[in-house]
Write a protein that binds this ligand. Sequence first.
Ligand SMILES: Cc1cc2nc3c(=O)[nH]c(=O)nc-3n(C[C@H](O)[C@H](O)[C@H](O)COP(=O)(O)O)c2cc1C
Length: 321
Amino acid sequence: MQLAGITIKSPFVAAPMAGVSSPPFRLLSARAGAGLVYTEMVSAQGLLRRQPQTVAMARVLPEERPVALQLFGQEPEAMAKAARQVAAMPVDLVDVNMGCPARKVRRQGAGSALLDEPARAAEILRAVVENCPQPVTVKVRLGYQRETLDEVLPGLIAAGASAVCLHARTVAQGFGGRADWSAIARLKSWCPLPVIGNGDVRSARDALAMLAETGCDAVMIGRAAMGDPWIFSRARDLLAGRPARSVSLRQRRAALWEHAELARRLSGEGGAVHFMRQFMMWYAKGLPGATEFRRLAGPVRDLDLLLRLAGEFFDALEQAA
Ligand SMILES: Cc1cc2nc3c(=O)[nH]c(=O)nc-3n(C[C@H](O)[C@H](O)[C@H](O)COP(=O)(O)O)c2cc1C
């Protein structure tokens, strides 16, 4: 199917998540069937200053494509310059973050602060559109405290946005309360752009329900894909009218290992340990003995030791099976 001018193999896409959507997460999601994966939000200023951490966040692997690189920033000029850098990168879409509720980001006038300033939001979007050849999309929330999409989106559409992703919560809601899927349906009823629905898809069934209930063009899945990239293959199975495939212990174990080794290769030992501890917990979630595994792995600062503990955890499960 086509979305925002690119071809994607399924309407289920992996969300941008800071500290989570690194190349291993994106690669495993893509392989499991995500039609599109997003980088975590990348600071335009950080790119311009060539901050090593930011440059690393913008790195993509050929196997994970199609991939969207998400930029955030507050100044049209800086966003234009960052877009010129991204133009030369092997990314398929450029997404502009206009939904981040974090105080640190809002204080700079970036992320969801742009929803309060439709003129500047449009100027930023235009700056990105005019400075990179890739289609440019935007990720928004409903508004600060109420739904104000009709105030901000017309300017973004006129500035050349190719699609809009709506996380159907207000900024004030943070991650609390429920995402209002009816707002996705309302947006779809008037917005001429493809709409990617997002918020509270917790299962493959939810992903299909969002497609059916809102009429959105694609569904973005975030937290439910942490440690469960197979949610994308299950959603594709259900969409094709097949029973959803289950995930074997062997597959989970192999994914965890691949994730860890890729993280080690790309981020070095220190970086990999830092976030693999969290990912291992997610891969173990729901399995018998996961709480004990979490207790043992929590204080560990060495990747090989973490992998040994994970190996013992999976050995015990396989023997019991
Ligand atoms: C840990 C974490 C980090 C996130 N980082 C980003 C980000 O960098 N950019 C962004 O647009 N949204 C970010 N989000 C929001 C998600 O992309 C998504 O909109 C939100 O989690 C709702 O979807 P879900 O219910 O499927 O998780 C983040 C969410 C989480 C939980």
